[in-house]
Design a protein around this ligand. Structure first.
Ligand code: OOG
Ligand code: MG
Length: 263
């Protein structure tokens, strides 16, 4: 049950989406609404999605965030969050990302899943996810909190669609048969220098756990993850700030690489 009035939820969605569209920051919304609850936060996020779909945008994927201890520690929060990406967030592999449309972008190395069967909760677990996965592929998420100095609490960041702003996937779509995602290594490079290192297990012990948590989260709302959905499973390491001129490449063991350039 939401606690905020429907007009207030609409106004907060408009405020946050306008910040995104105009690349301007704002104070975290819990400053004005300290008693808002989780349902309010997700209701605001859902209204942002409705605004975009109403303008003809298409859903491009779903995401889990704050799924690694490195990320939770970096952002000083303690549990995963879920969000969405629309088609205008897609950067082609090797393509450009215009920093003028962003506030203070950071990049995260992630493993993206694509499902071949629908996943629903409650009761979804890593086994269900592995069985329903078509392939995994390297992905770099560009996050860009609409909150001043990237400072927020969990409810504020959920309402702000978990800072989602752009993403790129590329490399080799890889089947899970015989692949242990826990020990798959990753290296992210900025301008040719390695800046982040990690392995799949950094994400909740196994990145598929993040997908199961998303299915269970949606299940509690009467929704499911459809077959053919792209899902970002969450940053393996801390996010790294970027600016115009930066080139970022993510290499994932056995899965090739994906990259983008900031202009
Ligand atoms: C929230 C989004 C975090 C991830 O992969 O952990 C996220 C943030 O840190 O701004 O996308
Ligand atoms: Mg992320």
């Amino acid at each position: 049950m939401t606690t905020l009035d429907s007009n207030i939820l609409d106004a907060l969605a408009e405020r946050l989406e306008t910040c995104q569209l105009e690349a301007k920051d704002t104070e975290k919304i819990t400053n004005d609404h300290p008693d808002m609850d989780w349902d309010d936060a997700y209701a605001i996020q859902e209204r942002i999605l409705k605004r975009k779909l109403g303008r003809g945008r298409r859903l491009a994927g779903l995401k889990a965030g704050l799924t690694s201890f490195a990320k939770m520690k970096q952002m000083d929060v303690e549990s995963p969050v879920f969000g969405f990406m629309t088609d205008d967030y897609i950067v082609p592999d090797g393509g450009e990302c215009d920093t003028r449309s962003l506030i203070h972008p950071k990049v995260e190395p992630e493993i993206a899943f694509v499902t071949r069967k629908s996943l629903s909760g409650p009761g979804c677990h890593i086994g269900t996810v592995l069985e329903a996965t078509d392939f995994v592929i390297p992905g770099i998420e560009v996050i860009d909190s609409r909150y001043r100095d990237f400072k927020f609490d969990l409810k504020s960041v959920i309402a702000d669609n978990t800072s989602a702003s752009r993403f790129v996937i590329g490399g080799t779509p890889t089947r899970l048969d015989g692949l242990d995602l826990r020990t798959v290594g990753i290296v992210m490079e900025k301008n040719g220098e390695p800046v982040s290192f990690g392995a799949g297990a950094a994400v909740l012990g196994h990145p598929a756990t993040a997908i199961a948590m998303l299915a269970n989260h949606l299940g509690a709302r009467g929704q499911a993850i459809p077959a053919g959905t792209l899902i970002l499973s969450g940053g393996i390491t801390e996010a790294v700030p970027v600016q115009a001129g930066d080139n970022v490449t993510l290499r994932v063991q056995g899965m090739g690489s994906t990259s983008l350039r900031f202009v």
